[in-house]
Design a protein around this ligand. Sequence first.
Ligand SMILES: [Zn+2]
Length: 288
Amino acid sequence: MGLCPLHADQRPSFLVDTSKGLFYCYGCGRGGDLIRFAELYHQVKFPQAVALLQQWRGLPPLLQETAGFYRMQLQRHGEAAAYLYQRGVRSPELIEHMRIGYAPGGCLRGWLTQLGYPLQALRQAGLVTSAGYDAYTHRIVFPLEGNLYGRSLSAAASPHRFLPGAKGGLYLWEQVRQCPEVILVEGLFDYAVLWQAGFHNVTCSMGNHLNGRQYRQLCDRPRAIYLVFDADANGSGQQAAQSLACRLREQGMNVHRVSLPDGHDPNSFLVQDGDARQFQALLEAALP
Ligand SMILES: [Zn+2]
């Protein structure tokens, strides 16, 4: 028995019978089986609900296998290590913590089909293109909650790539949600250098617009939040930080906007100019 996810529930009125796979809500009167729940929750029709459930059930083992394979490749490709070094990712402990891998391209499909995964499943997950090629090539890969982020090494390809579907919640949120002060950054390379510099209360939204789940996570209890978005030339990072700060304050959060020198993101600041002490000074000088 718990709060109903289908209506604004104040007291638990949502009953689940796990032995029969059925639910019923005494508040809104809706009930049925798992597929019916997916139809109502995602507001889709029967076939889409079945597809969503299949994807939800099938993705994690496949993604785990993929992430493990890409981690093995990281050691075997000098260009990947060189790129990480140039972006300031240097400690083996950090690479282990973030489970960073490398997608050279042209070898994942063979590996996974040899393990027995049908090609159709790889296509459906977005790991293989419709033409049959590995979707991620020459990319540093970070496993997320139910997705994979790939950063291109080549300037010719689009820099950021995700698998189809939600990018998930805040990065490694479980590790920071107990912290009274949380630092939020836009990019995983920002996260990496801050974590490496000893700021372990950092998390990342993977872009400067938070999805609903990320926003709810950030507001799940009173806390101080330091927004460290990019100081890019077009001002989009700072605009996003400002509007997010307003929304978070409405939820009673103690928000600080941290200003980086022009043209910097947290990664470039720490890799090129600053050290942990200077970054700490920026946190302390943050605008309320
Ligand atoms: Zn209900």
